[in-house]
Design a protein around this ligand. Structure first.
Ligand code: FAD
Length: 326
């Protein structure tokens, strides 16, 4: 009996969500008194296995094969399904990244079980010991808690940024087992010809340490250039409220909140954002929040560590000049 986290790596780099899942997975495994196992598929990826142990895994299963070098639905599904059928985990967690959203349903179908997609909460029912998987439903208007009482494994994809990355413990030791994946070329129907890196603007805000976020108060697309300048100076990225995204001032990739992305940067600067509950749901776990708003009674001001009352078009240029040392 074990709890599994499918660790996601791209070109040998571990995705942050995998560590977040190890943190939560550790708590769940402890409640069930089971082992926490990380499954790492790829080619020549052993060097990152130790990181998984240090972040909470008791054991790492490395599925190693040249055909797993790049992600393909067929290859990864077959390799992971084989080992899951053999070892019968109780629970499987996958990050709800583009890869995880593709892999999760396919794997669940292969294992003849259910999948709760895009979870924002996980717990164990004290009585039944079933996994409780919480996710927004009906466009985010209610939160549904879902159980999978009759099938195993219980499977969930989990939004990046929802859980904190646990501290690494260098003293942790665990078993690292390399398993040769039983796949052949004819199993894989897709060919990865080349990997095109995302454009500078297509940043993943869930990985950012600093986010400068803009709302309706920014007023127009040009205003976002100011936010971008500040973000750039702080080594961060630009986020946005749904109002700004709906107005077409910035792409949906940047939206923070219940129907956007969940973020927990070290610093979140909210500019011209009122702090609606759906926005707060996506950013209130940030370590330090600065809010800039003309209205001192805006809800964002009461959750901010520093609340600056005033026009963002006066405050931001001053802040930028200060950082530049003018
Ligand atoms: P507003 O609420 O209009 O606030 C603008 C703020 O800017 C005001 O506080 C104002 O005082 C201030 N301001 C104006 N001019 C200036 C200036 N020059 N300087 C400084 N401050 C200024 N919203 C999200 O953000 N993310 C989501 O994922 C999301 N999901 C949703 C899901 C559902 C089901 C629903 C119903 C709503 C969702 N919303 C979401 C929308 C949310 O309810 C709010 O409507 C939205 O967050 C408001 O965006 P805002 O704060 O930018 O705009």
């Amino acid at each position: 009996m074990s709890v599994w986290v499918i660790a996601e790596q791209r070109e040998g780099t571990l995705q942050k969500v995998s560590l977040e899942l190890l943190g939560k997975g550790r708590q769940i495994a402890d409640k069930l008194e089971e082992k926490l196992v990380a499954v790492l598929a790829g080619y020549e990826v052993e060097k990152i296995a130790d990181t998984l142990i240090k972040h909470g895994a008791d054991e790492v299963i490395i599925l190693d094969h040249i055909l797993l070098k790049n992600y393909t639905t067929d290859g990864y599904t077959k390799a992971i399904a084989q080992i899951a059928m053999e070892r019968k985990p109780e629970i499987i967690f996958i990050g709800a990244t583009n890869i995880g959203r593709d892999l999760g349903p396919r794997l669940a179908a292969r294992l003849k079980t259910g999948l709760t997609a895009d979870c924002t909460g996980l717990d164990i029912d004290e009585n039944t010991k079933n996994l409780l998987m919480t996710r927004p439903a009906f466009g985010g208007n209610l939160m549904a808690t879902i159980e999978c009482p009759n099938h195993r494994p219980q499977m969930a994809t989990v939004r990046p940024g929802v859980f904190a990355v646990p501290c690494a413990d260098d003293r942790r030791k665990g078993k690292i087992e390399k398993v040769a994946a039983q796949i052949k070329e004819s199993d894989i129907r897709t060919v990865v010809e080349k990997i095109v890196k995302s454009l500078e603007d297509k940043v993943d805000i869930t990985e950012a340490k600093v986010i400068v976020s803009g709302g309706r108060g920014v007023g127009n697309e040009e205003g976002f250039a100011l936010l971008k300048e500040l973000a750039h100076l702080l080594g961060g990225v630009v986020g946005a409220s749904r109002a700004a995204v709906d107005a077409g001032w910035i792409g949906k990739d940047h939206q923070v909140g219940q129907t956007g992305k969940t973020v927990r940067p070290n610093l979140y600067i909210a500019c011209g954002i009122s702090g609606a509950i759906q926005h707060l749901a996506g950013m209130q776990e940030s370590d330090f929040i600065i809010a800039i708003n003309k209205d001192e009674t805006a809800p964002i001001m009461s959750i901010a560590d520093v609340a600056l009352v005033g026009d963002l078009y006066k405050i931001l240029p001053e802040l930028i000049n200060e950082i530049k040392g003018y």
